[in-house]
Ligand binder design. Structure first.
Ligand SMILES: C[S@@+](CC[C@H](N)C(=O)[O-])C[C@H]1O[C@@H](n2cnc3c(N)ncnc32)[C@H](O)[C@@H]1O
Length: 466
């Protein structure tokens, strides 16, 4: 990770989620044998594995369902299911994510991983960033399940062999961060589980969590929070982003700005998440997934990379979030996020960016507004190949540090001339004035209408089942 305050580097490059590197794909394929060695299964347990995976998937996905047990890692059957299915799919997601971020960790860097489970984040870093493998990194992993962390450690040694990486496994609450700050604080797929004591499965106190995270970061640290791409998880992440900004922690990616989130997942608004393919996922994992009735052709993820202090924002940069959907005629649209709010990128299908790609289109003086969503309509004229030379891992054109990572309430988009000649459809409501932090108890997951689920706004893929 960048360690110099005077070279603020965006963690969000032009293209998030690049294809899985070939070496990482080979290592993930090898993980099957490593798992079999670390956790050998009797024939009857092997036969039961798809059923256990399916049960755990339902318990975790229908998270308010009666089957959910917050201590599933303590059950040997479910721990095996987690290691065999959830761990590798989370590794796949995080490896794609880490491969696309401008991550670097110096020799001697400290990493704190909250709700580490089977050390998924360290394992994904090892897979995604071969350049870090020879460095002396020190991980503090926090989880209430010491069994999961120990299994993860055995898997790490099975994959990495001799390694200069050191692990301190701490059994206890995920939010009890060490007093010493870390260069990277990470939390993957834990927000849904870390409710305060006595609150069962209810929403975590995100304001308190933001405060705790802020204390764990030094001025040069980075924070990374990853969640499944569900509406509920993305809404929590958007609320956490809001609370972090209040504590002076600025978003670096996927956001290109520290203004209010235009896809907070509240009410009828869309939610910020990225779908991508599963190319390169191991064959053994595809086979287990199919047996469990959970075949995956695409996966989704929401995440937030953030850092203390002001950021170099890029007000004209747009991060594509949705998949392309048809507009009237031969044209297509993609929803994107930018500092001024929600954007509808419009153009021919070949010119439109893929989810996660950032581009800096020419902004008209006063853009037209999409009648349904209120998004500013921006034409994409450049070919993708030309764009690649336009944005990079560096900050945007206005890279000067900006003061104050404070979220000011932003007025909703002005309703201007609706775009003519487009098919009807799109989110019912325009972007809300700002993310409504999800407060305290009882946030219902509700129905999860997909962004663009109306005619003419159909994303190409279905939301993923965990
Ligand atoms: C879905 S798993 C994610 C594990 C890992 N980060 C990954 O990406 O695969 C959630 C983890 O959070 C842990 N956890 C949940 N609530 C916790 C709490 N209050 N304190 C400590 N650990 C907790 C669980 O034991 C579990 O290992």
């Amino acid at each position: 990770l960048p360690t110099s305050a005077d070279s603020p580097v965006h963690l969000g490059p032009a293209r998030l989620f690049p294809a899985l590197p070939a070496e990482a794909a080979a290592q993930l394929e090898r993980l099957g044998a490593v798992l079999a060695a670390v956790r050998p299964l009797k024939a009857k347990h092997l036969r039961d594995l798809p059923q256990a995976v399916s049960e755990l998937s339902h318990a975790l996905t229908d998270e308010r369902g009666s089957g959910f047990s917050p201590d599933y890692m303590a059950s040997p059957r479910f721990l095996t299911a987690y290691l065999s299915y959830f761990l590798p799919w989370n590794l796949y997601r995080l490896t794609r994510l880490f491969s696309g971020l401008a991550l670097d960790l110096a020799d001697g860097a400290r990493i704190t991983d909250l709700g580490s489970g089977p050390l998924t984040v360290p394992l994904a870093l090892w897979l995604a960033r071969p350049g870090l493998r020879g460095r002396a990194l020190s991980f503090t992993c926090l989880d209430k399940s010491v069994g999961a962390m120990k299994a993860g450690l055995a898997i790490f040694h099975g994959l990495a062999g001799e390694s200069p990486w050191r692990f301190h496994l701490v059994s206890g609450p995920a939010t009890r961060l060490p007093r010493e700050t870390a260069d990277l604080v990470s939390a993957a797929f834990v927000l849904n589980e870390i409710a305060p004591p006595g609150r069962g499965r209810q929403a975590p106190d995100l304001e308190r969590l933001a405060e705790q995270l802020a204390r764990g970061l030094s001025p040069h640290s980075r924070l990374l929070v990853a969640e499944p791409g569900t509406r509920l998880a993305a809404r929590r992440l958007s609320s956490l982003r809001h609370a972090l900004i209040e504590h002076g922690i600025s978003p670096l990616a996927p956001c290109t700005h520290a203004a209010n989130c235009p896809l907070p997942g509240t009410g009828q608004s869309g939610w910020c998440h990225f779908n991508f393919d599963t190319m390169g996922a191991p064959n053994w994992l595809a086979s287990l997934s199919a047996k469990a009735g959970l075949t995956k052709r695409n996966i989704s993820l929401s995440f937030l990379a953030a850092a203390p202090g002001p950021i170099a924002g890029a007000p004209t940069m747009v991060r594509a979030v949705s998949e392309p959907f048809p507009l009237a005629g031969e044209r297509y649209g993609v929803y994107g996020c930018a500092e001024p709010g929600l954007v509808l990128l419009a153009g021919t299908r070949e010119r439109l960016p893929r989810p996660g790609e950032a581009l800096t289109p020419a902004w008209p003086e006063s853009p037209q507004r999409d009648a349904k969503s209120g998004a500013a309509v921006i034409e994409v004229k450049d070919e993708p190949a030309k764009r690649r030379g336009m944005t990079g891992a560096k900050p945007g054109p206005n890279a000067g540090p900006r003061p104050a990572a404070k979220a000011e309430p932003r007025a909703g988009p002005k309703k201007e001339e609706p775009v003519k000649g487009r098919e009807a459809g799109g989110p019912k409501a325009g972007p809300k004035p700002g993310p409504k932090p999800e407060h305290k108890a009882g946030a219902k997951p509700g129905r999860a209408p997909r962004q663009g689920s109306k005619p003419g706004r159909k994303p190409a893929r279905k939301p993923e089942k965990k």
